[in-house]
Write a protein that binds this ligand. Structure first.
Ligand SMILES: *[C@@H]1O[C@H](CO)[C@@H](O)[C@H](O)[C@H]1NC(C)=O
Ligand SMILES: *[C@@H]1O[C@H](CO)[C@@H](O)[C@H](O)[C@H]1NC(C)=O
Ligand SMILES: *[C@@H]1O[C@H](CO)[C@@H](O)[C@H](O)[C@H]1NC(C)=O
Ligand SMILES: *[C@@H]1O[C@H](CO)[C@@H](O)[C@H](O)[C@H]1NC(C)=O
Ligand SMILES: *[C@@H]1O[C@H](CO)[C@@H](O)[C@H](O)[C@H]1NC(C)=O
Ligand SMILES: *[C@@H]1O[C@H](CO)[C@@H](O)[C@H](O)[C@H]1NC(C)=O
Length: 659
């Protein structure tokens, strides 16, 4: 997924949903004659299973026969494992041959040398389920994935070497990649198609031609590393924007070059770009966009089903292979969202306006695309949309101010407190500013516990504060997600440049990383007494604070718990946990997402469910009802006072020269 496509996607949204008929033969692209003659057969390997490329006949060959796939993207990291089977079956029933998934490195190696493949991270179980469902797998193994995922899947600990050049021949980077791949790829090898598993192809880099480094030695290193672990037979590939510009640095001899492009454009021209790099071989669109991503503060993206169906028809009429990105987008739980530049973090929902909604619901788009895929629909029933339940309102109580409750831990996600003292009296409002735009990404400022305002990367670089000399100046800095695309991928968090108070540089900081998830998951947290509610005058800002409450699932109703959505009437911005599970960020004050998806697997019916809300800015509790509400419908498309795209504070760098 890459930023410049946003421009195209926006164009797509503005296209009228012009009429066309499914029954009309789609205009076939000029390359199709290359594909119409019968592909040659190649001999089977020893195991009787083979997958490869027939360059003479411009097609893939599976078990000796010509093969074309229609695939859909699902990220196992964005769907609760409880629902993997349901979503895969819905994809199968849409007529797909294959699924495509990314492997987010930072999800599996949270600390250097510590690996996690358990529970919701059990990739092998996911692959097994795909195979059991009769779906092939296109594995995008990284190391870099983009994907609107924190730092494009690269672990933040790589930044401990400040000068690291990610996605290049930087020796520390390569060493980390080599170590990680020596853990991941041996696990994948038994799941390769020729070894009896579902994986037909493995991607080694992602849209590398959109990155500034253009380091062929790095691509050669990856090629060699993947061959070492996976053998010579598996098809290794790359994906790039469909233009010569992108393929120039993204493609490498020995890695099959595929392209990605949006609906509504010129399919022939797009595949001609692929033909520049691969004069022969199958045509492949590895990311055909079924919708588009969102950013906080911007309109929810919608792409009409008809636009997608029309271009999909054209792609299929070329005999090309295609992956629908996304088929189900899912959710950026916890802190996993990424961001684009100028700094725009993505919201918790990754619904993507995809054929299956964030919650796996069957949509109109699902049925429209299923009709296009048409000829190869499997027998059987489509699993129904799962029911949603409106559990209603839950009262919360203010529990404790964040700053009164420290638990420290070295960490890469969440919140860090910076504390110093005011060097002088600020009786009059005095500007506190970040002249070099070094607040990464949002800072909640208070003086001796009195909230002063918010600094925000690329948006708000100066506020006024007041206070006495010697007072504690507390700056709680939120990491809102690391940049996942382009040159700014090295996205350091915290205060990355000096703050000034009037003319003076502030010094003498104490820095406290706050292990909030650890705290929320400790019993101690819930056993503390709630303070008495006191009358507080309504301020425009309050200091960050925890609110807690419980949700009991009603008895006497069959099949509960069910999925639900949580709404935040009167709340501003923060994070919510249910039974310790971090559901993600809420930010109704900015939108477009108002409700968060709550999958049923985080709820229990036997005992009350513990809810913890960390409100960073302002709760409704001093002026209105102190409650959140569980509803049975999502709202991720609110039209608030959306920002028009303001010119960025930064001059765009040369890496963006193709924009
Ligand atoms: C995957 O499914 C195929 C049948 O489609 C089966 O032959 C093969 O043994 C399965 N592989 C695994 C690892 O379960
Ligand atoms: C699409 O691109 C092809 C190849 O560049 C060109 O020949 C054709 O005229 C284009 N079609 C349209 C409708 O622009
Ligand atoms: C800060 O206070 C000064 C003096 O009261 C005022 O002129 C200025 O607009 C304020 N700046 C901000 C960012 O609020
Ligand atoms: C920040 O301020 C300190 C103290 O004045 C100074 O030593 C340092 O060079 C400054 N850093 C930057 C990046 O300007
Ligand atoms: C809620 O928290 C209490 C106190 O820590 C704990 O005993 C209980 O098991 C928790 N409930 C759930 C559903 O986790
Ligand atoms: C949001 O989506 C719902 C459901 O598709 C639709 O009914 C509603 O009109 C949309 N609202 C806005 C403001 O676009």
């Amino acid at each position: 997924m890459f930023v410049e496509t946003a421009l195209r996607a926006t164009a797509v949204q503005h296209l009228a949903a012009f009429s066309f008929s499914f029954s009309l033969p789609a205009p076939c692209c000029i390359l199709s004659y290359l594909l119409l003659h019968v592909c040659h057969t190649i001999s089977l390997n020893v195991a009787g299973r083979s997958f490869g490329i027939d360059y003479d006949s411009n097609c893939f060959v599976k078990d000796g026969k010509p093969f074309r796939y229609i695939s859909g993207s699902i990220h196992y990291s964005r769907v609760p494992s409880y629902y993997w089977k349901d979503r895969l079956l819905k994809m199968k029933m849409a007529g797909l041959d294959a699924i495509q998934t990314y492997v987010p490195w930072n999800y599996h190696e949270p600390q250097m040398g510590t690996y996690d493949f358990f529970g919701g991270k059990d990739l092998e179980y996911f692959l097994q389920l795909a195979n059991d469902t009769g779906l092939l797998v296109i594995l995008r193994a990284g190391p870099y994935i983009c994907a609107e995922w924190d730092m494009g899947g690269l672990p933040a600990w790589l930044l401990e070497k400040k000068s690291v050049v990610l996605r290049s021949s930087d020796s520390d980077y390569l060493e980390a990649v080599e170590r990680w791949m020596s853990v991941l790829l041996p696990k994948m090898r038994p799941y390769l198609y020729q070894n009896g598993g579902p994986i037909i192809m493995v991607q080694v880099e992602n849209e590398y031609g959109s990155y500034f480094a253009c380091d062929y030695n790095y691509l050669r290193f990856l090629l060699k590393l993947f061959r070492l672990h996976l053998g010579d037979e598996v098809v290794l590939f790359t994906t790039d924007g469909a233009s010569q510009f992108h393929l120039k640095c993204g493609a490498l001899q020995g890695l099959y070059a595929t392209v990605d492009f949006a609906p509504g454009g010129n399919v022939t021209a797009a595949f001609l770009a692929q033909r520049n790099s691969e004069p022969k071989g199958p045509l492949v669109n590895s990311e055909f966009y079924t919708g588009w991503l969102d950013h906080w503060g911007h309109r929810h993206s919608v792409v009409p089903a008809q636009t997608i169906a029309k271009t999909l028809n054209e792609i299929l009429a070329c005999g090309a292979n295609v992956n629908l990105y996304m088929f189900i987008g899912g959710t950026n739980f916890a802190y996993w969202n990424g961001a684009n530049m100028p700094y725009m973090p993505q919201p918790t929902s990754y619904d993507y306006d995809a054929p299956l909604s964030e919650a796996g619901d069957l949509t109109e788009k699902y049925f429209a695309l299923r009709e296009v895929i048409g000829m190869q629909l499997p027998e059987g029933l489509i699993p129904p949309t799962t029911p949603k339940f409106a559990y209603g309102k839950v009262c919360l109580q203010k529990f404790i101010n964040l700053l009164g409750f420290f638990l420290f831990f070295s960490q890469y996600f969440g919140y860090v407190l910076y504390r110093t003292t005011l060097p002088k009296n600020c009786v009059e409002p005095t500007p506190l500013s970040s002249p070099l735009n070094g607040v990464h990404d949002r800072a909640y400022v208070s003086v001796n516990g009195v909230p002063q305002g918010i600094l925000e990367r690329d948006k708000s670089l100066k506020i006024n504060i007041t206070g006495q000399a010697g007072a504690n100046l507390d700056i709680l800095v939120e990491n809102m997600g690391r940049v996942n695309f382009g040159r700014y991928n090295n996205d350091f968090k915290g205060l990355v440049s000096n703050l000034t108070l009037a003319q003076d540089i502030l010094v003498g900081w104490e820095i406290y990383p706050l292990d909030i998830d650890g705290a929320v998951n400790s019993d101690f947290f819930y056993l503390l007494d709630h303070p008495k509610r006191s009358a507080v005058k309504a301020l425009s800002y309050e200091v960050p604070a925890f609110y807690t409450g419980t949700l009991s699932i009603p008895g006497g109703i069959p099949d509960l718990p069910q999925d639900t959505y949580v709404n935040f009437p009167g709340w501003t911005k923060g994070q919510i946990w249910i039974n310790g599970f971090n559901l993600g960020r809420y930010w109704p004050a900015r939108g477009p997402q108002l409700t968060l998806y709550v999958p049923r697997n985080v709820l229990v019916a036997s005992v009350p469910n513990n809810i913890t809300v960390l409100e960073l800015e302002r709760s409704p509790c001093s002026t209105q009802a102190c409650e959140i509400e569980f509803v049975d419908e999502p709202n991720i498309n609110a039209t608030l006072q959306h920002e028009t795209d303001k010119p960025p504070l930064f001059v765009r760098e040369l890496s963006m020269k193709h924009l």
